[in-house]
Design a protein around this ligand. Structure first.
Ligand SMILES: [Zn+2]
Length: 810
């Protein structure tokens, strides 16, 4: 049985026909890997006598009655049950027995290796509610939800509404306002909880029982960030907070960073690090808290009608996440971190064949799977950057007024791009629609180039969009770059003569308010790269570093030059998130994709020196992590391990020792069983897969390809299986992966499919790999995996092109 993706045409027809009033959902859950659901749906039909269908996916067994009459079993085809002879007012009752999953797509079941406790969470985006209860699974058929759950007595059960009664082991929850099916959540298990009241509402954080110490340690900070964000939003938005409680759960197995389910947000449980995280880990978590809370208004109160407008959810939440983490939650220069750690994914996405306008043409999002595949870094990262330019262009007050008009007009309903533009148009006398045509309905990005031609600098735009942006001028004094002036310029077709004098160093878009590639004049660029560490403004430092990465990625700068600049200037970097973001890109992009294989050991050695030269206490943890992942000094690693560092670092050391072939499987397994935990499970899976022997790779493959492999173990094994220095040893498994991945993707779900595509080994950058991937794409590959593979193919093509260009220029 396959699960058919709902098409846009079907969704439009069904929305015209039906009006769904309510869902009463009764679940029975336990330790077992199956559960039951009984759903009563009340809905009206505009054309009595007609037919429709309700979705129910993967049910082991089901029965249904429509208006009191049985629905025959043969009415079920794939994940749909046909409903005939509709009345004006209808009541549908569906009872089903359903499987739990380990893929993160549906009712995810997780057994904690630390204490064998079971946790269940229903992850329902973007069309997985139908794996939990029978429903009309499309975003514009909103209905109230009344949930009741029978669960083991020692479990805490969380849902969208607040719990109101418990009767004979059955917990009943308050009825929600109208919400979309993808926003349903239930999360259950023996949670450790920290609860409090704020602004008259119940708030709480929940984590696995085995993470109780970590939750208690972080509780004060988590509460502080939560309240700061909440107060910020309730001040900014005219609409009051729309729901009756605010739970936040570190839920194991989530495929996303977090999900914005109303009243009960789920987070990746890795965001609660057992040993404490780095500055950037904490900043990331604050940003995600702010992001998800913004969704309570953007996405939950007002919801997209169909997936072409996913940007109305995600671009806003992404923008708000960084903005509010910086202005309200106490994290300095969060936008500088955006520039370095996230925005580049938007440019990369915009250079692939799969790019699309931020606001997509409706007809291009043919079905839910396509909508899911296109929820990408155009949606998040570019959309965020484009909104930042809109705020600069309109002014923050006008932007806020437009947003409030939009939220007020569509509360508890659905809206689209036209509605948003109408709201903005109503508060601004600028040409908002013209701006939207240039920025939201096009693909690609402009380049801002400074040319001097031996005279004063002039800013040119290569492209088609209007930009309002800052330009900063620097003098070089005693080897330092000292800001000498800053001007805001509006750049369009005509070049702009800048205020700087000939010979001064000029950095365009120095506050990164616009989404454009930056190309300083060559003299300025040399000075900027040589002196980036001396620039006072962290945002400008981030723009220089990100421009360096962009030049490396397009063969205009040697990777070794960028690594040398990092080695020279990063150890003194005062803002931890800039240090961490530069290092992350060096490790995850430059090293695997742009450094020639022969130069990898020397680059790793340089990065080890960078770690050793970094002495700031704020960077002690990330510097140790960097050292461990780069050094080839087995003695040093072994000595560190003997000092028994915290489990996170221990596992990083073991993985590196495994890659170097300096530890055996027995020792890894002993380490895992000595102190079992979620971290130990994935750490051991990765380390075992990274061992440089055929037996280890064969064993890893068996785990990787098992029918019920858990999403986190799958990812960990993927990382180990394809260790960059073991290309020859792992080559046969690339073949097997390309053969079998489409079958896995068809069987599991959208989130897991993306994870399957995500483990494709980019570092195996050879013509042969590329050809093999091209051939695989000629076969039958499900939508979400196909998209991920096509993107990997584009990345391979770009990398091969860049390498060829670099070799030619040598
Ligand atoms: Zn989001």
């Amino acid at each position: 049985m396959t699960n058919r993706s709902l098409t846009r045409d079907e969704a439009v027809r069904r929305a015209a026909l039906l009006d769904v009033a309510s869902y009463d959902v009764a679940l029975t859950i336990s330790d077992d890997p199956i559960f039951t659901s009984r759903t009563v749906v009340r809905f009206t039909c505009a054309e009595p006598g007609s037919s429709t269908f309700v979705e129910l996916a993967d049910a082991h067994a089901w029965t249904a009655t429509l208006n009191g009459g049985d629905v025959p079993q043969d009415r079920r085809e794939d994940n749909r049950i046909r409903l005939d002879d509709l009345l004006a007012d209808n009541e549908l009752v569906v009872e089903a027995t359903l499987p739990c999953v380990t893929s993160g797509d549906g009712m995810h079941r997780y057994v904690d290796p630390a204490d064998d406790a079971t946790y269940l969470t229903a992850f329902c985006g973007s069309d997985l509610a139908q794996r939990v209860f029978a429903c009309f699974d499309q975003p514009d058929l909103k209905a109230t939800v009344t949930l009741s759950v029978a669960a083991p007595e020692d479990w805490t059960v969380l849902g969208n509404g607040r719990p109101i009664t418990t009767d004979d082991g059955v917990r009943r929850f308050a009825t929600t306002p109208p919400i979309s099916t993808y926003l349903f959540v239930v999360s259950a298990g023996p949670w450790h909880s920290v609860a409090w009241e704020h602004a008259g509402l119940p708030f709480a954080w929940h984590a696995r029982r085995s993470l109780a110490d970590a939750l208690e340690r972080e509780a004060a900070h988590l509460r502080e960030v939560t309240e700061a964000c909440f107060d910020h939003y309730t001040d900014l938005f005219d609409e009051p907070y729309p729901f009756d409680s605010y739970d936040q759960v570190f839920a194991p197995g989530l495929n996303w960073g977090a999900l914005e389910t109303p009243g009960c947000v789920t987070f990746r449980d890795e965001m609660l690090a057992p040993d404490g995280g780095s500055h950037t880990d904490n900043q990331l978590r604050a940003m995600v808290i702010a992001h998800e809370m913004a969704h309570m208004w953007f996405g939950d109160l007002v919801t997209l009608r169909w997936w072409e407008d996913i940007w109305l959810n995600e671009s806003f939440a992404d923008y708000m996440g960084f903005e509010v983490a910086q202005t309200a939650a106490g994290f300095e220069a969060t936008w500088a971190w955006f520039t370095l750690s996230r925005e580049h994914t938007g440019y990369a996405a915009d250079e692939r064949r799969s790019t699309h306008p931020v606001a997509q043409p409706p007809e291009s999002v043919v079905d839910t799977d396509t909508g899911f595949a296109n929820t990408d870094m155009i949606t998040y990262s570019k959309g965020n950057a484009v909104l930042r330019q809109l705020v600069t262009w309109l002014g923050p007050d006008t932007f806020a007024a437009g947003v409030n008009r939009y939220l007020g007009a569509h509360r508890f309903g659905n809206a689209d791009l036209a509605d948003f533009l109408t709201a903005l148009d109503g508060v601004s006398d600028r040409d908002v629609r013209g701006w939207a045509d240039a920025w939201l309905r096009t693909t690609g990005f402009d380049t801002l180039v400074v040319r001097t031609d031996d005279g004063p600098p002039v800013l040119h735009r290569e492209g088609s969009r209007p930009h309002r942006t800052q330009v900063t001028t620097y003098d070089v004094r005693g080897g330092r770059l000292v800001a000498a002036g800053q001007e805001q310029v509006d750049v369009a077709a005509d070049p702009v003569r800048l205020a700087a004098n000939a010979g001064q160093v000029v950095l365009p878009n120095s506050s990164d308010e616009t989404f454009a590639r930056v190309r300083p004049d060559p003299e300025s660029w040399s000075a900027l790269l040589a002196g980036v560490g001396t620039i006072a403004d962290p945002q400008a430092r981030a723009v220089v570093w990100t421009t360096g990465f962009d030049l490396v990625g397009h063969a205009a700068l040697a990777p070794s030059s960028l690594v040398a600049a990092a080695l020279e200037q990063l150890p003194g970097e005062p803002l931890p998130s800039i240090w961490e973001a530069v290092v992350e890109r060096l490790l995850e992009v430059t090293l695997p994709r742009h450094v020639e294989p022969a130069d990898v050991p020397a680059t790793r050695e340089a990065l080890t020196r960078l770690a050793d030269r970094t002495t700031s206490p704020d960077l002690a943890l990330p510097a140790r992590r960097l050292m461990v992942s780069c050094t080839a000094d087995v003695q040093r690693l072994s000595a560190m391990l003997e000092d028994e560092p915290d489990p996170d670092l221990s596992w990083r050391i073991l993985v590196r020792l495994a890659e170097l072939g300096a530890v055996d499987a027995d020792r890894i397994e002993r380490f895992e069983t000595r102190r079992p935990s979620a971290q130990a499970r994935t750490g051991a899976a990765r380390a075992l897969a990274a061992l440089p022997t055929t037996e280890a790779k064969e064993r890893a493959w068996d785990v990787f390809s098992a029918d019920d492999v858990d999403n986190r173990v799958f990812h960990a094994v993927g990382l180990g299986l394809w260790t960059p220095e073991q290309a020859e040893l792992s080559a046969p498994y690339v073949e097997r992966y390309l053969d079998q991945a489409p079958v896995w993707a068809a069987r599991r779900g959208q989130g897991f499919s993306r994870a399957i595509g995500g483990v494709f080994p980019l570092h195996a950058v050879t013509e042969a790999t590329r050809e093999r991937l091209r051939t695989a794409l000629d076969g039958d590959v499900p939508t979400v995996l196909r998209r991920a593979w096509n993107d990997r193919l584009d990345d391979l093509d770009l990398d091969l092109l860049v390498r060829r260009a670099r070799r030619t220029s040598r």
